[in-house]
Design a binder for this molecule. Structure first.
Ligand SMILES: Cc1cc2nc3c(=O)[nH]c(=O)nc-3n(C[C@H](O)[C@H](O)[C@H](O)COP(=O)(O)OP(=O)(O)OC[C@H]3O[C@@H](n4cnc5c(N)ncnc54)[C@H](O)[C@@H]3O)c2cc1C
Length: 305
């Protein structure tokens, strides 16, 4: 990016712009080197400006939600990293049983609103620290309850700045992802929920929260590191390979849930990647099973998945 062009462009942005912004401030793992340019567009018009500028100038553009499923390289991320954290992307509209939530709405806030509105269906997502945009990309949830089950469609911005609607059938939801998103930026998510008494919703939320508290570690993490396999949960295979409590640098495999790696003490992405490599090699050797990362590995000098 030429400095002169860059300066003119960034003067047009009213939202937040940060140069060499440390991604560890924007991931639940508290890991990640600098984003070359961190951008929080103020609204859709500004997002379009950014997306088009990146597209026209060959600048890589990465969209992030709450960074709760990310492992970002210690060397950071080149180009633009865009977060839909501005208020314009955090609106919730309810018409009957249909809810339109901005991609930047956090799941805890959405769940709270749905409880108050008496709309059920999202309770199994309680305790997932992401945005609804990130949740749709990841088809977040727990076995038997995926966000994709209640998504009716999304509106997205394509890399040329055009906005279009995609139906759930276009999204291709699958385990831990959806295949129909391509490089689109999700703007809004349309959900179809079921009327339910608020106290019943509160009860279910409590139930799922307690389940989570019992099974998952506290501390900085990105949730489950590996996808479950068809036959076995990844945590079971990792535990059977004796990895609970194994450390590399500041990263440790949780004693409570072997599929969680916790950043216990200023871990680097390299610490985590080394643990990932050791776990994969051991499970392959012992079980003949290739574990695939669930966490999105991004940035300079690391492989993406
Ligand atoms: C303690 C803990 C518990 C967790 N428990 C669960 C669980 O039970 N089930 C589960 O499924 N996950 C779980 N996770 C993982 C994670 O919270 C989810 O995958 C979540 O949905 C990710 O949302 P996010 O907003 O943080 O997305 P990010 O992690 O920021 O991004 C995830 C992906 O979505 C893309 N993305 C985000 N927003 C947009 C957008 N607007 N447009 C286009 N692409 C976008 C990103 O580019 C990236 O590829 C857990 C994580 C933690 C830390």
């Amino acid at each position: 990016m030429r400095k002169h062009d860059r300066d003119i462009f960034f003067k047009m942005i009213r939202g937040k712009v940060g140069f060499n912004e440390l991604m560890k401030r924007h991931t639940t793992f508290r890991i990640g080197g600098p984003a070359e340019v961190w951008l929080e567009p103020a609204d859709v018009t500004e997002l379009r400006l950014i997306v088009r500028y990146a597209n026209d100038n060959g600048i890589p553009l990465t969209v992030v939600g709450n960074g709760s499923n990310l492992l970002v390289s210690d060397h950071g991320v080149k180009g633009f990293v865009v977060s839909l954290a501005a208020d314009d992307f955090k609106k919730i509209e309810i018409v009957g049983n249909t809810v339109v939530a901005g991609a930047g709405v956090s799941l805890p806030y959405l769940l709270q609103n749905m409880k108050e509105a008496g709309l059920g269906g999202l309770e199994p997502l309680v305790g997932i620290p992401g945005t609804i945009g990130g949740a749709v990309c990841m088809n977040a949830g727990i076995p038997g309850h995926w966000v994709g089950d209640v998504v009716r469609g999304v509106s997205v911005m394509e890399r040329d700045g055009s906005i279009m609607a995609k139906d759930r059938d276009d999204l291709g939801f699958r385990y831990r992802g959806c295949d129909g998103m391509g490089e689109s930026v999700i703007l809004d998510v349309v959900l179809l929920l079921k009327p339910a008494p608020s106290d019943a919703i509160a009860g279910w939320m409590k139930h799922y929260r307690e389940m989570r508290l019992q099974s998952q570690p506290q501390g900085s993490s990105a949730g489950c590191i590996f996808k479950n396999t068809e036959k076995f949960p990844a945590g079971y295979l990792i535990d059977r390979s004796g990895f609970k409590g194994t450390r590399t640098g500041g990263a440790v495999v949780s004693e409570r849930h072997a599929n969680f790696i916790v950043n216990e003490h200023e871990a680097t992405a390299n610490d985590v990647l080394e643990l990932i490599g050791r776990i994969k090699a051991s499970v392959l050797e012992r079980e003949g099973i290739v574990l695939e990362p669930e966490v999105k590995i991004m940035g300079e000098g690391v492989y993406a998945n």
